[in-house]
Ligand binder design. Structure first.
Ligand code: ADP
Length: 208
């Protein structure tokens, strides 16, 4: 099964994807994580990526697409993948269409107030990149705020998400790709509950 997990920044998509990875023995390609690794390396490419990410802007398509292709070729054949953070533009979706078949879209619907609340309290372990939250999952070890989790950049990322969402959703609706939609309405819904529901619906769709 190849899936795209789609949702606003802070919708929890990274958390759900990593849990689905274990349950379904599937690979996850997280564009945000890959770019954060690339930025650490201080190469020319890394410095270029950083210019966009730190402002909450999209990295240009040709750069994103080259990174995607490189990562897709590393997946053993026959193994499925969940794409997190890709595609974010129509050209990215069109390129993907040429190289992989997408069986399902996992869409997380989350109201803005939850997004803002979650992102401003999100913290990342400086050693292993594990995600914590100073309100719900208190980090015991040294942690930092993601540089793009500041109020100004959060606003930028939410606006960008809203602008790019509908064309991509329409793109997959036109292709009749099935959707599994999670409606998240409370700050405290445990991730397990959401993941279990996604798994149930994937079963109904005969995808697991
Ligand atoms: P978010 O938490 O906002 O969903 P991610 O961790 O997925 O963010 O990505 C962080 C940043 O990396 C984005 O704000 C953007 O600058 C860049 N990025 C990630 N994926 C893409 C993509 N597919 N196209 C363009 N830029 C991307």
């Amino acid at each position: 099964m190849n899936a795209i997990i789609f949702g606003a920044p802070g919708s929890g998509k990274g958390t759900y994807a990593s849990r689905l990875k274990t349950k379904l023995e599937i690979e996850v390609i997280s564009m945000g994580d890959i770019f954060r690794d690339i930025m650490k390396k201080e190469t020319d490419f890394g410095k270029k990526v950083k210019k966009y990410v730190e402002k909450g802007q999209l990295v240009p398509d040709e750069m994103v697409i080259s990174v995607l292709k490189k990562n897709l070729t590393q997946i053993p054949s026959g193994k499925g993948v969940i794409l997190d953070g890709y595609p974010r533009t129509i050209p990215q979706a069109e390129t993907l269409q040429e190289i992989a078949n997408i069986d399902v879209i996992l869409l997380q619907n989350v109201p803005d107030w939850i997004i803002i609340e979650r992102l401003s309290s999100r913290r990342i372990c400086i050693n292993c990149s594990e995600v914590y939250n100073i309100r719900f999952l208190k980090p015991k070890i040294e942690n930092v705020q993601r540089p793009d989790d500041t109020a100004e950049v959060i606003k930028e990322r939410i606006q960008l998400y809203q602008k790019m969402t509908s064309p991509i959703i329409d793109y997959y609706k036109e292709k009749n790709t099935p959707f599994v939609i999670s409606e998240i309405t409370s700050l405290n819904t445990p991730p397990e509950q959401i993941v279990e529901k996604i798994l149930e619906e994937l079963k109904i769709l005969n995808l697991t």
